[in-house]
Design a protein around this ligand. Sequence first.
Ligand code: NI
Length: 206
Amino acid sequence: MKGKRLKLLLYLVLGLVVGAAAGLVLRFKVIDRGAPGRVAETLAPALGGPFSLVDQHGKNVTDADFRGRFMLIYFGYTYCPDVCPTELQDMGLALDALGAAGDSVQPVFVTIDPERDTVAALAHYADLFHPRLVALTGTSEQVAAVAKAYGVYYARSEAEPGASEGEYLMDHSTFIYLMGPDGGYLARFPHGTSTDALAEGILNFL
Ligand code: NI
């Protein structure tokens, strides 16, 4: 009788322990996804890699120039009517919200429309968003290479009927990428991530 009771008690304790562990795992999973709005995707395949481009001052820039700092990278184009300006503004606001902690994060804009986004065009554009924003362009091949490395899709969309030469929109993916001081991929934030969620997502890695 006593042995049976002990066994029962053991089963009870075991059940509680297993239950608590399962609860903990579940809780971590929920926390993982818990930030308000959209959240960082940290489980993407190895993204990023070496690149060689030109900044808005005409200076040659490679990925190695950013070692030791975090990079917050967005791919877009200056003629973009809506998404790109919003995303770039959010990046700037998120970094400002981080205060001094944000100083170790370098905001970077890479054009996927090098034909129109010349060095001069980028110089004007970068000024609109953040004083520290580095805007990069290059040859079509250089841009294609960096976009491929980051898994960025882009393509010229059909011109509207009656549009003149050089009047076109670009389809492109809209992630904001966070890269570590070693150049390695940390996370990417989908279009629509709130400024707060972006700042919080970045802070997790600083
Ligand atoms: Ni855009």
